[in-house]
Design a protein around this ligand. Structure first.
Ligand SMILES: NC(=O)c1ccc[n+]([C@@H]2O[C@H](COP(=O)([O-])OP(=O)(O)OC[C@H]3O[C@@H](n4cnc5c(N)ncnc54)[C@H](OP(=O)(O)O)[C@@H]3O)[C@@H](O)[C@H]2O)c1
Length: 420
């Protein structure tokens, strides 16, 4: 029996304990040596009274009776970091669902695990119940990965799906998501794209570089998306998703989280509501799509439990071992590649406005593929939405800057990449 300490008795911690207390495989592989949380006497969906209680999480992390420390408290600094470091320094294995911690400190923690002979597992940190870490580090270990992309934040996907289905505004749907418990009271981490970025940094490490690199990522959130964008995208045969993507670009890996127009038949285009999806393009396997629930007690506990089962079988491998861990890839600059784009502008209701837009684009070598002018909202707000043919993004941005320096464009434009 693997001797396991559990720090954090919230959604995920209680989900894991429920599996240990059930009669499935985890109940036969694991015994709980101690637990901790902020508050001891709190009503919880599982009974933890039989376990040793630790007021000090760091003491639990270093407890001599424990083989594996399971960190389910959250946060990239403070107690989560202190406990994981303490457990690894004590030569223990660690299992965590904490993407923020690993995005910021994954490389240092991996070095600590290697130095002290411990393991650090994090299947639950990416896409909840979808076993994508296993897919990359085991099933695809001998492939060359060309791209990994996914819908990795259920809150954003829920909001975009609702906006698309009902035509309601972002703020309206966000408020509803908060009242239903699908979004945090402070939703910044989710809607800014940072949470998806934390997860993407781990996928990028496994697929390409062997170490998480959150810092060089291009992050764009969903707050600027309006019903008009979803409506226009649908009219043109696209769906808008917050797409997290890491891809090979020569010798570099380029990582971004951006609202993106996906052709309706793309495997991710129909992933709706709180679901997550990951699509991997690799050689020689081709394209693989994984879909499932990205959050919640059951899916996330399933991923934690999978790591515990592996450890109970004595499985050992370097923390970011995957197809990318053998080669060195530099960080490329996202936002400089050639691609097709969607651009939404609001312009003044005056003669010559369309010519001004098309001339600015032509001056920078941007060819238009489709062009839609919507009815004026008022005298200063005539929406124009267009899609481009393939163009280097900096050229398109230069054209947008020219337009913004004139008097035609009345609001900051919205630019989104298109994936076919
Ligand atoms: N929820 C999900 O669906 C999901 C999915 C994927 C990954 N994750 C990750 O899993 C981790 C846990 O998430 P969760 O949703 O289970 O969180 P949660 O429901 O808020 O639970 C957090 C638990 O940690 C305890 N805790 C927090 N700070 C602590 C501290 N300084 N010292 C001791 N205990 C502390 C809390 O104690 P009290 O009970 O006393 O408040 C609570 O039991 C996070 O890293 C999260 O990002 C969650």
């Amino acid at each position: 029996m693997l001797k396991v300490a559990i720090a954090g008795l919230g959604t995920v911690g209680c989900g894991v304990i429920a599996m240990v207390q059930g009669n499935g495989p985890l109940s036969r592989a694991v015994t709980i040596t101690g637990v901790t949380a902020r508050t001891k006497d709190r009503a919880r969906p599982v009974d933890v009274s039989a376990y040793r209680w630790f007021d000090d999480p760091v003491a639990l992390a270093a407890d001599a009776e424990t083989d594996v420390f399971v960190e389910l408290m959250g946060g990239s600094e403070g107690t989560a970091k202190d406990t994981v470091e303490a457990a690894l320094k004590a030569g223990k294995c660690v299992v965590t669902a904490n993407k923020a911690l690993l995005a910021d400190h994954g490389e240092a923690l991996a070095a600590l695990a290697a130095a002290h002979g411990g393991e650090l597992r994090y299947e639950a940190a990416i896409a909840g119940g979808i076993p994508v870490v296993k897919a990359l580090r085991e099933g695809l270990a001998a492939n060359q990965i060309d791209a990994v992309c996914g819908v990795l934040n259920g809150t954003c996907n829920y909001i975009l799906t609702e906006m698309s289905n009902t035509g309601r505004a972002f703020s309206d749907v966000l408020a509803e998501a908060q009242s239903l418990g699908y979004a945090e009271a402070d939703p910044t981490l989710d809607v800014s794209g940072a949470d998806a970025g934390h997860k993407l940094s781990l996928l990028g490490a496994l697929a390409f570089s062997g170490k998480p690199d959150f810092g060089s990522m291009l992050l764009e959130g969903i707050t600027g998306i309006e019903p008009i964008d979803l409506e226009t995208a649908a009219f043109l045969g696209f769906r808008i998703k917050l797409l997290a993507k890491a891809m090979r670009d020569g010798d570099a890996v380029v990582q971004s989280v951006r609202p993106t127009l996906l052709k309706a038949d793309h495997p991710i285009a129909r992933i709706d509501g709180p679901l997550n999806a990951v699509v991997i393009d690799a050689e020689p396997v081709g394209r693989i799509s994984l879909v499932g629930r990205g959050a919640g007690a059951g899916p996330t506990a399933s991923a934690v439990a999978g790591d515990l089962m592996d450890l109970s079988h004595g499985d050992q491998r370097p923390v970011f071992a995957g197809p990318g861990s053998g080669g060195v890839m530099s960080a490329g600059v996202a936002g400089t590649q050639v691609g097709r784009f969607y651009l939404r502008l609001r312009v003044a209701d005056q003669p010559g406005r369309i010519a001004a837009v098309t001339e600015a684009l032509a001056k920078h070598g941007v060819s238009i593929e489709s062009f839609l002018q919507k009815p004026p909202e008022d005298a200063t707000r005539v929406p124009i939405a267009l899609t481009t043919q393939p163009v280097a993004e900096p050229s398109l941005r230069a054209a947008i800057a020219d337009l913004q320096s004139g008097s035609i464009v009345t609001e900051p434009p919205l630019l989104m990449p298109i994936e076919l």
